[in-house]
Write a protein that binds this ligand. Structure first.
Ligand code: NAD
Length: 271
């Protein structure tokens, strides 16, 4: 309890999957979490889940405004739309929101295919969402974090990157490798200013977009069996298991850790 008390955390792609599990995990540890996503429709259910779990009271005004009762020793979640592909929206968020002590750059996209399946449009989209958006978030939020006296940045990479090659993950693996490079470069430049910056490299994790990918091919059971078949633990990871690593890196427990990639893949890349 309270491993993040007094800290403000900004999470991108918090509407579902690993981002959502991480937002909840950080709130449980006392953080004020700014949960953002391009998909506004996903955010009310996150708030509702947190309210139900934490017992936070909600008051709706006659004008439709919503107020959440604050309890000093509890975390809270504030939901806000943020499209990390939109440079002006990111700059506006940095102007409007108080500077965070924790930034979790989680938004990303999995393109399926080899280089021959990846036309310029697909390449460009993955580069923009998986890498350029992260560059943009740094440029917008890093100055405030430095002015705050430092903080922890966690970047979503993948084990499909510099760690291992996975078939049909051409532009995904290339961009997630880029995330690791970006992480190390920023960690080196700002270590003297109290900024820690780490990348996480999950293996295959149950999430809504993974479900979609497994259904897309037409044979869901075969696709699921293939994903599980490459796992030494004979199961997929759970978002909550990845959120536990995010929490560790966000908190001061990891205060001697920066500039590195943290593999969390059920042994896939090593066993
Ligand atoms: P997901 O793919 O199911 O959900 C992604 C979320 O990102 C959605 O809520 C979506 O609305 C949001 N999003 C998409 N575009 C956005 C944008 N422009 N701005 C803001 N939000 C946007 O969730 P997931 O599978 O947990 O993936 C989250 C991250 O974890 C991704 O970066 C992914 O590459 C990475 N990852 C996932 C796995 C896995 O197996 N699930 C493994 C390794 C890494």
């Amino acid at each position: 309890m309270n491993r993040l008390l007094g800290k403000r955390a900004l999470v991108t792609a918090a509407g579902q999957g690993i981002g959502r599990a991480s937002a909840l995990a950080m709130a449980r540890e006392g953080a004020e979490v700014w949960a953002t996503d391009v998909d506004e429709a996903a955010l009310p259910s996150l708030l509702a889940e947190w309210e139900a779990e934490s017992g936070t009271a909600r008051a709706t005004g006659t004008d439709g405004s919503v107020t959440l009762a604050l309890q000093p020793d509890k975390g809270r979640i504030v939901a806000r739309r943020l499209d990390v592909l939109d440079p002006e929206a990111v700059r506006a968020a940095a102007r409007e929101l108080p500077a965070p002590q924790v930034l979790f750059n989680c938004a990303g996209h999995v393109h399926h295919g080899t280089i021959l399946d990846c036309d310029e449009e697909a390449w460009d989209f993955s580069v923009r969402l998986n890498m350029t958006a992260m560059y943009r978030m740094y440029r917008a939020f890093l100055p405030g974090m430095i002015a705050n006296g430092g903080g922890s940045i966690v970047n979503m990479a993948s084990v499909a990157s510099t760690v291992i090659a996975a078939p049909n993950r051409f532009v995904y693996g290339a961009t997630k490798a880029g995330v690791i490079g970006l992480t190390k470069a920023v960690a080196a430049d700002f270590v003297g200013q109290g900024i820690r910056c780490n990348a996480i490299c999950p293996g295959t994790v149950e999430s809504p977009s993974l479900e979609q990918r497994m259904r897309r091919g037409g044979d869901y059971d075969a696709a699921r069996a293939a994903f599980i078949g490459r796992q030494p633990m004979n199961r997929l990871g759970r978002p909550e298991e990845i959120a536990a690593l995010v929490l560790y890196l966000a908190s001061d427990e990891s205060s001697y850790t920066t500039g590195t990639e943290h593999v969390i893949d059920g042994g896939w890349s090593n066993l």
